[in-house]
Design a protein around this ligand. Structure first.
Ligand code: SF4
Length: 92
């Protein structure tokens, strides 16, 4: 009788572990897909076309210089000014 309770508890714990593992896999896939799918909007990151003091896109690690004076960003969607700034700013 006592062994039956132990097996039940063990089975329950195994089931709980499977559920937890099953829930973690789709979440991990979603996060990976979200990162691969795109970038954050300018509005969400409070992007502005002017610097924030000495902090600006051209000295941010996320900035990718482009032709014609503008560039792109690894984080924020759209055309990015080298003189812009946003909340994701990270100095080089
Ligand atoms: S993360 Fe923000 S500050 Fe850095 S380059 Fe992108 S838009 Fe500019």
């Amino acid at each position: 009788m006592d062994d039956g309770k132990k097996i039940s508890r063990r089975s329950f714990l195994k089931g709980a572990m499977f559920l937890a593992a099953g829930a973690a896999i789709p979440l991990a896939a979603f996060s990976r897909n979200a990162l691969a799918a795109g970038k954050v909007s300018k509005a969400a990151m409070h992007y502005q076309d002017k610097p924030n003091g000495s902090a600006h896109c051209s000295n941010c690690i996320q900035f990718i210089p482009g032709s014609g004076g503008m560039g792109t960003c690894k984080v924020v969607a759209g055309s990015i000014s080298p003189n812009g700034w946003c909340l994701a700013y990270a100095p080089k």
